[in-house]
Design a protein around this ligand. Structure first.
Ligand SMILES: *Cc1c(COP(=O)(O)O)cnc(C)c1O
Length: 404
């Protein structure tokens, strides 16, 4: 079982006051807070081993390189990748997806099809649109139902020999829906299509097993799993990473350079041009260690309780409607109150110390589907409590009184 007081003490920001009220941080879908071990690891890196990696023969460069590669190994284990060189450091999910779409520009032909789900974050829509514009490929959308679940019967109909890529999130950031990605991956592979999973909202809640999933790419961000901003991972199957051209040219990604021709470095360096976020990459390993120490079973149990309790308490409020009522859901509650703009609620409850997200959550097509301007989104992490949910519900009720 989770010792919630001990966990909360790991996060210095949680004992802070905002606008004179105790902070209730329910914007974990946007970014998670950082435990003291992560904060300390950043300064320890700069105090003790800061040097550029993979280049120097000197001791510090070696120490920094070893720490960076050890972190890659930790993440390889964490997601169960077959090889460490299938784990690429990126600046985040957005970077990872763009690396893949850039690579597919030399593979797709006019008339090829890319399937994208109706539940995507803009960063898993726009790069594919840009790719389709460049190549003449066609973007098709896997539709969803009123509960915010993808419709598998429609997905089955969309798949064909023309399908070259399927891209879908593991969990929706706007609604919390957990998508049936194992089924989707297996079906896509029957047609020879590659599958990219946007795992940005999944890794905070579960440990993905990329070999069991058999996905071709899996992208996520470090900052949503207690790690630093500007860090992320793109997992890619070796065969695909060998097939795709490099994303950026520069130092570190080459084997030999002449003005006539350059040959590229082996994986993973082929995709890691320039000096990376060394401190961030190392500390991402610290964050993953921390999450594993807390334990994903404990994390899931705590978050499920918060989801059930939060859903029940919020539904007590008159005129409140929850968007995203999928059977498989994580601890995200998107809601609106009849006749009140989500932004107005968000602004008032911020004055009461409650941090939630309001707006379209980088998923405008979902808001269009429900014909709403946006929602209020409360996204819970394992360090949140039922008492905090009570504080939010009281604040929302107060805002409702003031605004109606
Ligand atoms: C946050 C998020 C992204 C973008 O992540 P960045 O860290 O901003 O690159 C993409 N997809 C989903 C589902 C997300 O939640």
């Amino acid at each position: 079982m989770l010792d919630i007081n001990k966990i909360r003490a790991d996060f210095p920001i949680l004992s802070q006051k905002v606008n004179g009220k105790p902070l209730v941080y329910f914007d974990n879908g946007a970014t998670s807070q950082k435990p003291q071990v992560v904060i300390d690891a950043i300064s320890k890196y700069y105090q003790e081993i800061n040097a550029n990696i993979h280049r120097g023969v000197h001791t510090l460069s070696q120490l920094a390189t070893d720490a960076y590669e050890a972190s890659r190994g930790k993440i390889q284990n964490h997601i169960n990748a077959k090889f460490a060189h299938e784990v690429l450091f990126t600046s985040g999910t957005t970077h990872g997806i763009n690396l893949v779409t850039n690579g597919f520009a030399s593979i797709l032909k006019p008339g090829d099809e890319v399937l994208v789900s109706a539940l995507e974050h803009h960063s898993n829509i726009v790069p594919w649109q840009m790719l389709c514009e460049k190549t003449g490929a066609i973007l098709r959308v896997i539709p969803m139902n009123q509960d915010g679940e993808l419709i598998m019967a429609e997905y089955d109909k969309l798949l064909s020999d023309k399908t070259k890529v399927v891209t879908v999130n593991h969990i929706s950031n706007a609604l919390g829906t957990v998508n049936p990605i194992k089924y989707m991956i297996d079906e896509a592979h029957k047609f020879g299509a590659a599958v990219l999973i946007d795992g940005a909202q999944a890794v905070p809640h579960l440990k993905p097993d990329v070999q069991e999933l058999d996905c071709d790419f899996y992208a996520f961000s470090g900052h949503k799993i207690c790690g630093p901003t500007g860090t992320g991972i793109l997992y890619g199957k070796e065969a695909w990473l060998n097939k795709l051209p490099p994303y950026q040219g520069g130092g570190e990604m080459i084997k030999e350079v002449t003005f006539e021709k350059t040959t590229y470095a082996e994986l993973p360096h082929k995709f890691e041009a320039g000096t990376p976020n060394i401190a961030g990459g190392i500390v991402l390993g610290t964050a993953v260690d921390y999450m594993n120490e807390v334990g994903f079973d404990n994390i899931q149990q705590q978050e499920l309780e918060l989801l059930e309790y939060g859903t029940k308490r919020l539904l007590e409020i008159e005129g409140l409607k929850i968007f995203g009522t999928a059977k498989e859901k994580t601890s995200v509650i998107s809601f609106n109150i009849e006749g009140i703009h989500p932004y107005d609620i968000g602004t008032i409850i911020d004055k009461l110390g409650i941090a939630v997200r309001t707006g379209h959550h980088c998923a405008q097509p979902i808001m269009t589907f429900f014909n709403i301007p946006g929602t209020i989104r409360a996204s819970f992490a394992f360090y949140n409590t039922k008492e905090e949910i009570d504080a939010m519900v009281a604040a929302v009720k107060k805002a409702q009184l003031m605004l109606s």
